[in-house]
Design a protein around this ligand. Structure first.
Ligand code: DHB
Length: 389
C-alpha cells in the first residue's frame, strides 16, 4: 500500500501525529503490533502538561482531559516528616492535569477512527527499507503472518522503547546515550479515597514514595524498591507498611490493592533522531525515569515539532523544518532529561548513600522549597516549558 506518511506505533505520539497531519490534509497509515484492547488498557503515566492538554483540545469533544481529568495547581514535596507545597499557579501561572495515559489513548483512537484514519492493529514492523531515498518503505507482517509493505514519502518511528525504527536511524537498536539507576518503583492501584488533595512526592530515610491518584475511588501509589523486586513477594499489609513508612507525617487511606507492577528506571537518548526520510519520536528516541512525569509529554512535544516540519516539507517542499528537527527537539529532550534525572536524585535514596549524602540531599530539598526561585524552576519544568521557547 501507499501513503504519504507511514507511522510505526499507535501510542500517544503516533496517533497524535496522524491527527495533526490529517488537519494539514496529509494522509497517513498507522500500524501497531499490539491489539486495540492492549493499547487502551496498558497502565502508564498520569500527568499531562498544560501544553499537552491544549494540543489535545484540538481533538474537540473526543478529548476528555478537561472533563474526566483533574487540574492540579501544585504538588507537595515531603521530607523530614513535613510537607512543602509547590504552587504552580503562583510560581508560573500554569497547571497540569491528572489524566491517565490509557484514557488519552482511548480518546485518540476514538477520534482517529471517527475521522476515517487508516489505523491497523496487530501489524508488526520488521524493518524499514530505502530510508535514504524519497520512497522509504515499512516492511511489516499482519496478525495472520501475511507480508505488508507500506510505501511512503516519510516514515516516523513512534514505536516505543523497543523500537524497530531506531536501528534504521541510528545504525543499531541500542545506539544512544544512557544511564541506569540502582532503584525502581513498585506501583500499586488500590480502591480507596484520595489520601491528599494533590500529589505527594516524598523523600524519607527509607526511600522515595509518590502518592498519586486516579479518581475519587481509585488511587495510584509508588514506592522506591530494588529493581529485582518480585511483585508477588509482598502481602497487601506489607505493601501498605512499605508505602506508609516512606511518607512519615501523613496517614495513607488504605483499601484493596488490585494491581501491582515494578517500573525500571532508565535515561536514554538516541544518538540520531533522523536518517534520510525516517525520524524518531517519543520513547523510540528517548526514555526518562518517571519522577517528574515527563515521558508522554516529551513524546507529544516531539510530535508537535515533527508534524509542522512534515507539513512544510510535504506541502511546500521546504525542508528546513525537517533539517532542524533533531537539533530543535534535542534541546527540549535534554532539558527534560536533566529535570527527570534531577527530580530522581533529589528524592530517592541511593543504596550506597552515606550520612553526608543524606544531609546534603535535605539541604538541596530546602534550597528548592525555601526559595521562590527554586520553587519556580520546579514549577516551570513540571508544568512544561512553553513550546516556542
Ligand atoms: C504518576 C506517575 C508519575 O511518574 C508522576 O511523576 C506523577 C504521577 C501517576 O502515574 O499518577
Amino acid at each position: 500500500v501507499r501513503t504519504r506518511v507511514a507511522i510505526v506505533g499507535a501510542g500517544p505520539a503516533g496517533l497524535l501525529l496522524s491527527h495533526l497531519l490529517d488537519q494539514a490534509g496529509i494522509a497517513s497509515i498507522v500500524i501497531d503490533q499490539r491489539s486495540r484492547d492492549e493499547i487502551e488498557s496498558t497502565i502508564r503515566a498520569g500527568i499531562l502538561e498544560q501544553g499537552t492538554v491544549e494540543l489535545l483540545d484540538g481533538l474537540g469533544a473526543h478529548s476528555r482531559a478537561r472533563t474526566v481529568g483533574h487540574r492540579h495547581d501544585g504538588i507537595e514535596l515531603r521530607f523530614e516528616g513535613e510537607g512543602h507545597r509547590i504552587d504552580f499557579a503562583e510560581s508560573v501561572g500554569r497547571a497540569v492535569w491528572l489524566y491517565p495515559q490509557h484514557e488519552v489513548l482511548r480518546d485518540l483512537v476514538a477520534a482517529r477512527l471517527a475521522a476515517g484514519q487508516d489505523l491497523r492493529f496487530g501489524v508488526t514492523a520488521e524493518g524499514i527499507a530505502d530510508a535514504e531515498t524519497d520512497r522509504p518503505r515499512v516492511l511489516a507482517r499482519d496478525a495472520e503472518g501475511r507480508a505488508l509493505e507500506i510505501e511512503a514519502e516519510f516514515v516516523v518511528g513512534s514505536d516505543g522503547s523497543r523500537s524497530v525504527a531506531r536501528a534504521t536511524v541510528t545504525g543499531s537498536s541500542q545506539g544512544g546515550y544512557f544511564r541506569e539507576y540502582p532503584f525502581a518503583w513498585f506501583g500499586i492501584l488500590c480502591e480507596a479515597p484520595p489520601s491528599a488533595d494533590e500529589l505527594i512526592y516524598s523523600n524519607s530515610p527509607d526511600g522515595f514514595a509518590l502518592v498519586s491518584q486516579r479518581s475519587d475511588t481509585v488511587q495510584r501509589m509508588y514506592f522506591q524498591c530494588d529493581p529485582d523486586t518480585d511483585t508477588a513477594a509482598f502481602t497487601e499489609e506489607q505493601l501498605w507498611h512499605e508505602l506508609q513508612k516512606r511518607v512519615p507525617g501523613t496517614t495513607l487511606r488504605q483499601g484493596p490493592i488490585f494491581q501491582r507492577d515494578v517500573l525500571r528506571f532508565r535515561s536514554f537518548v538516541a544518538h540520531e533522531l533522523r536518517r534520510g526520510r525516517v525520524a524518531l519520536v517519543g520513547d523510540a528516541a528517548h526514555t526518562v525515569p518517571p519522577t517528574g512525569a515527563k515521558g508522554m509529554n516529551l513524546a507529544i512535544a516531539d510530535v508537535r515539532l515533527l508534524a509542522e516540519a512534515l507539513r512544510r516539507s510535504l506541502l511546500d517542499g521546504d525542508e528546513r523544518g525537517l533539517d532542524a528537527y533533531p537539533e530543535t527537539a534535542l534541546r527540549r529532550i535534554w532539558k527534560a532529561q536533566h529535570f527527570s534525572w534531577w527530580m530522581t536524585s533529589l528524592l530517592h535514596v541511593a543504596p550506597d548513600a552515606t550520612a553526608f549524602d543524606r544531609r546534603r540531599q535535605v539541604g538541596e530539598l530546602r534550597s528548592v522549597v525555601e526559595s521562590a526561585h527554586g520553587r519556580a524552576y520546579l514549577a516551570e519544568a513540571y508544568t512544561g516549558w512553553p513550546f516556542d521557547a
